[in-house]
Design a protein around this ligand. Structure first.
Ligand SMILES: Cc1cc2nc3c(=O)[nH]c(=O)nc-3n(C[C@H](O)[C@H](O)[C@H](O)COP(=O)(O)OP(=O)(O)OC[C@H]3O[C@@H](n4cnc5c(N)ncnc54)[C@H](O)[C@@H]3O)c2cc1C
Length: 414
């Protein structure tokens, strides 16, 4: 049967957009080449972060990246190799590392992040989504005052944007979060942030969209598009053609592959990250944490604890590298009193869809009336999903949305 909308990719962006469209009365089919959530959407840290409006593309980032790029256990690692698309992406990224571009990006990211934070609350309550949603804020903890002082400028930008921040001394921090070691330099506390368990979110979204009538085809890879008179008529899959009125590419880090079949260049690189999930330790943080020096996240849930981080530009290599996983446990061990060796449940890696200016691409494909893209959400795809879904709906049916679509266009700002 012909659907109103075919969504290619069953990650958080595809699923939340499916829900938005189903609620607006569209029939939806999701085509996922593996299983829902297999990409980046279930092993991530589940932080919902209006606090992260500032992009990585800041003055000084390139120098920092160059210093750490060849150390295979540093939080950022770029495997040296001849890869023209990565080189061109790197040049674009460095072009954006200046203050005017950083501020433009920050405003656009803030729009998506703050709106999504509000929409999550509504969505989770309305549909009773059981995904361990908690509103406990976020602590960014610093071991040394050197880095703490450096980040003060970033906090000023965020305060000016209206993000609520409180600074805590080392003593105040250990009082607030007793699972942290006592010798830390201090922290920034972001009370507006929230968190959830992303694998539970994916499972709940699957249940909900199926209940609302979505067709979900797992194990179906989309390999191309059939086009007639400026419209896509079908997608080609490994088991045949599928027709719809509208099509959405929501294939995360793999979007450039699919876009290439249309001669469309999407500047997205896979930024590999790792996570380790364990049972909840006896001494467990009560608040999600970003640990500044090892540049990693710690997310506590009633059902467990996850450590996550690292950014590796090494293509789509699936290897779980021991030194990257060890770096997570060691980094967390420097900050936490928790026993982190009490039985690991899952070791995971996934690919963040990274754009060179740290803004997602949410747009209609030029010259094709009914093909849309929602990809490139980088480190913040879970946090940005609900507002992204609203923007996609706006692109499809013109429904009003209180968001400026311009920063997310395919070519304009990159
Ligand atoms: C370690 C780590 C921690 C993170 N922590 C956070 C966090 O705390 N908060 C946050 O907001 N974000 C976080 N992220 C980022 C977040 O996980 C991603 O931005 C988000 O999951 C991207 O979602 P997506 O739906 O665009 O892509 P994906 O989840 O990758 O989904 C894309 C899907 O498309 C499918 N696909 C690809 N090609 C095809 C094809 N041709 N045909 C059919 N299907 C196809 C893939 O199999 C995949 O399932 C983290 C990421 C990592 C790696």
């Amino acid at each position: 049967m012909k659907s109103d909308v075919i969504i290619v990719g069953g990650g958080v962006i595809g699923l939340v957009t499916a829900l938005e469209l189903l609620e607006a009365g569209y029939s939806v089919r999701i085509l996922e080449r593996e299983k829902l959530g297999t990409g980046a959407s279930q092993g991530n840290c589940g932080l919902i972060t209006p606090s992260h409006a500032l992009p990585l593309t800041r003055p000084g980032t390139v120098r920092k990246a160059l210093v750490s790029m060849l150390r295979s256990n540093s939080p950022l690692y770029i495997r040296p190799r001849l890869d023209l698309s990565l080189m061109s992406w790197g040049l674009d990224f460095s072009r954006h590392c200046n203050r005017p571009s950083m501020l433009r990006t920050m405003f656009a990211r803030s729009d998506l992040l703050s709106r999504s934070r509000m929409l999550y609350e509504e969505m989770i309550e309305k549909h009773g989504l059981d995904c361990e949603w908690e509103k406990r804020g976020l602590l960014i903890a610093f071991a040394t005052s050197r880095l703490l002082d450096k980040e003060a400028a970033a906090d000023e930008e965020l305060s000016a944007l209206g993000v609520d921040i409180t600074h805590l001394s080392g003593e105040e921090l250990s009082e607030r979060e007793p699972a942290l070691r006592e010798n830390l330099a201090g922290a920034s506390w972001f009370p507006q942030d929230a968190h959830l368990r992303p694998d539970r979110l994916i499972a709940e979204l699957e249940r909900l969209v199926r209940d609302k009538g979505a067709e979900i085809d797992e194990g179906q890879e989309v390999t191309g598009f059939c086009i007639e008179l400026g419209r896509v008529t079908h997608v080609q899959t490994d088991t045949g053609l599928r027709a719809a009125k509208h099509f959405l590419i929501a294939t995360g880090a793999w979007s450039p592959e699919l876009a290439r079949t249309l001669q469309l260049r999407l500047p997205i690189q896979p930024g590999k990250g790792y996570s380790i999930t364990m049972p909840r330790p006896e001494i467990c943080p009560t608040t999600p944490l970003i640990l500044a020096e090892p540049s990693m996240a710690v997310t506590p849930w009633a059902s467990g604890l996850r450590l996550g981080g690292t950014m590796e530009f090494a293509g789509y290599d699936k290897t779980l590298r021991e030194n990257r996983l060890e770096a997570l446990t060691k980094g967390a061990g420097r900050f936490l009193k928790s026993n982190l060796n009490s039985g690991v449940k899952e070791r995971w890696c996934g690919w963040r869809p990274m754009t060179p200016n740290e803004l997602p691409i949410i747009d209609r494909v030029p010259e094709l009336e009914n093909l849309f893209v929602a990809a490139g959400h980088g480190m913040m795809g879970v946090s940005m999903a609900p507002a992204t879904a609203q923007l996609v709906r706006h692109l499809i049916d013109g429904e009003d949305v209180d968001l400026d679509p311009a920063p997310f266009r395919i070519g304009g700002i990159r």
